[in-house]
Design a protein around this ligand. Structure first.
Ligand code: NAP
Length: 316
């Protein structure tokens, strides 16, 4: 079985892949280009793609003869793959749910705390040699404990964030989701996103990227937020209308934002970089060796299942 791995992965994952399959390891850290995407479908039985490898309908249409049977995505988010077009071309798609949940929830907590408590701003001030010492009114932020958090999308990651907020910080949890959820702690489902935005101190975005969720957080949602509230996005950049976010921050419509993902990643608008009240992380959600190894192993479990003619454990 010929397997293409589109980005360097942790050693343990590459070693397992090399022992089991005939592998081509791409060494570039950038997403596949158009020609590479087409070649991947034409020349490999399985491709292990990841973020930014855009297997859109045009690529499936352009491939002369699709040899590929499986796109075993490295990551839970697969908005870079047109799953319908893949299915029509006879290509299954799998992802890595669960392996990413706690690490991504931890990064959401990092952003909540950094944004509310002005941690980035404080560190920049200190590193710039501008800290003259403690004083009672310096860098006053928002106290997180006991506040109200609103989760947009109470799925695996959304629930893990909510659990941390409830048990770790005594926060009130509210959420919007397509379907009601049962969690083992108080969490109030709210009818509309604007109603949720109006009610919370921190709004956390945890829905998958899709045509349906594109610009879900738009000017109206941002306008509904309180001036002292913070927005955190760990989902996908284009779920938030970045231009509307910049406008809301500029006009003091909201107090701050913590972002792990960007609408036109890896481009980050200069306007956001210049703002002190915005925390900007370089898509760190799952960036821990054991997590990335678990993700790689989960992707390979799907490849192994295909090779053995067994049902794929993580079909999407
Ligand atoms: P999940 O378990 O599928 O949860 C997604 C939740 O979003 C579900 O509760 C779903 O509702 C809800 N949802 C979907 N569309 C919605 C809509 N239009 N309006 C309201 N709610 C909607 O996925 P997950 O494992 O938590 O992952 C969520 C996303 O996080 C991934 O897709 C990925 O893009 C992102 N992510 C980012 C990082 C990072 O590095 N920053 C890391 C991992 C994942 P239902 O349950 O009712 O369907």
């Amino acid at each position: 079985m010929r397997l293409l791995i589109t980005r360097p992965l942790p050693d343990a994952v590459q070693e397992r892949a090399a022992a089991a399959f005939q592998c081509e390891f791409r060494t570039d850290q950038t997403p596949l280009e158009r020609g590479e995407l087409i070649r991947a479908l034409e020349e490999f039985d399985v491709v292990l793609p990841t973020l930014g490898d855009r297997f859109c309908s045009e690529i499936f249409a352009a491939a002369q003869q699709v040899r590929c049977k499986l796109l075993a995505n490295f990551g839970v988010g697969y908005n870079h793959i047109d799953v319908g077009a893949a299915r029509n071309a006879g290509v299954a798609v799998t992802n890595t749910p669960g392996a990413v949940t706690d690490a991504t929830a931890d990064i959401a907590m990092t952003l909540i705390l950094m944004s509310a408590r002005r941690a980035g701003e404080g560190e920049r001030m200190l590193r710039a040699g501008k800290w003259a010492g403690w004083n009672p009114t310096q860098l006053l932020g928002t106290h997180v404990t006991g506040r109200t958090v609103g989760i947009v999308g109470l799925g695996r990651i959304g629930q893990a964030i909510a659990r941390r907020c409830h048990y770790g910080f005594g926060m009130n949890v509210r959420y919007v989701s397509r379907s009601p959820k049962t969690v083992g702690f108080p969490a109030q489902r709210v009818d509309s996103l604007t109603e949720l935005a109006r009610a919370v101190d921190i709004l956390v975005v945890a829905v998958p990227g899709s045509a349906e969720t594109h610009h879900l957080i738009d000017a109206d949602v941002l306008a509904a937020m309180r001036p002292q509230a913070h927005l955190v996005n760990i989902a996908r950049g284009d779920v938030v209308d970045e231009a509307a976010l910049i406008q809301a921050l500029r006009s003091d419509g909201i107090a701050g934002a913590g972002l792990d993902v960007y609408e036109f990643e890896p481009q980050v608008p200069e306007a956001l970089i210049e703002m002190q009240n915005v925390v900007l992380l370089p898509h760190l959600g799952t960036a821990a060796l054991d997590v990335r190894t678990a993700m790689g192993n989960m992707a390979l479990d799907n490849v192994a299942a295909l090779a053995a003619g067994k049902p794929l454990p993580n079909s999407v």
